[in-house]
Design a protein. Sequence first.
Length: 96
Amino acid sequence: MLCALTVRRLKPGALEDFRKAWEMGSMPPGWKGAYTVRNLEDENEVVSFGFFDGSIEDLRRSQQEFDYAGQRAQVDEFVESTGTDGIFEVVVQQGG
């Protein structure tokens, strides 16, 4: 299982616009869920992450077929800066 994770600092007051740009409706094949969470102590810091069941090659193919780069460009309009941004391998899973 892989996890795509990005930490972002949004432009002040941009959460609702970011949320609308990030929503994708149905999940592309292989994706098991995606979430965006907001820091309760800093409303402009959000963490987006999703779980993918497949290889890194499968994930990259899914991103191309879904036009992830295009969606990311729309989202970036509302982002002040990006911190951690990568694909991680799940090495410990508890629950669910």
